[in-house]
Design a protein. Sequence first.
Length: 311
Amino acid sequence: MNSAVHGAVLTPQPFGALSRPSGDTPARDVDAALTWHALGLETMASLLVLSLHRLGDRYFEGRCQWPRTHPLNERGTTVAHHPLIVVESTRQLAVAVQRRHLPTASPADCEVLSVGLGLLPHLVPMESGSATDVAVRLTLTDVVARPGTAASFRVTAEYLYAGRVFATCVMRCASPLGEGREPAGVVPPGPGLLHPAAAAVGAAADPDVLLARGPQGRLVIAPRDPAHPVLLPGRPSRLTTAAVLEAGRQAVLLSCGMTARAVVGLRADVRSPVPGRGAVVDVTFEQSRARFAVSAAGHVVASGAVSLLRS
């Protein structure tokens, strides 16, 4: 992860709401079940995390349920869950931690500014039924406090299936980036855009495609579905960090010709608001990793990397 994550200050003393309960055995939350209303989701179908229990000052455990028919998954009788399902589950867990266990002076949730995801492909569960039940261990660190509120924090989530860790996601959340500011001005791409086939970018269906090639062959962000229920819920004017991560993943797969199964790691860091349409994505390769940079109005507003299986 970037220096902004490692440079965050760990609060010397835990917040009162996070203090370990008295007694030899850590107490579990009485109200551990999560609802889509409690997490600020638009629909019940978006809920991926079912419960979250506090085990101590900064340690939690939870349970996720990932439907086989999730919008990002392939359309098949047996599927491997899309890696962004891990990212969205971690985001929902971060919201639950902030709303239930961190002091806040504002109703606004912290924004995800940095994401790192690692996968062990041979352990990723395959689902042929209705849904996969996944256990998760969560650690809260790097809490930076301002009077009456948590300005930023980091969560590290380990996802387990059949008792074995198959994915780890590290997410840094902070006060909303550029509050009151719109993304840097970008001229929306005009006619002549060529959207790649979904399979070429590792997507399950055409509405999941976030990229297009312009007349000069450059990759630009131009979502096929500007109100995608997972990537762009509510039709935002700027990209979510998850959408930036997915745009980078798609750009790398399109550039190298590999399939989605080749991806074993993802990282994205957002520096400034990323326009919802028109930003340019550049990709460079180095050994078994590719880097991507997202530029708007001539400035890099986000960057990241995609780790690939060695051939």
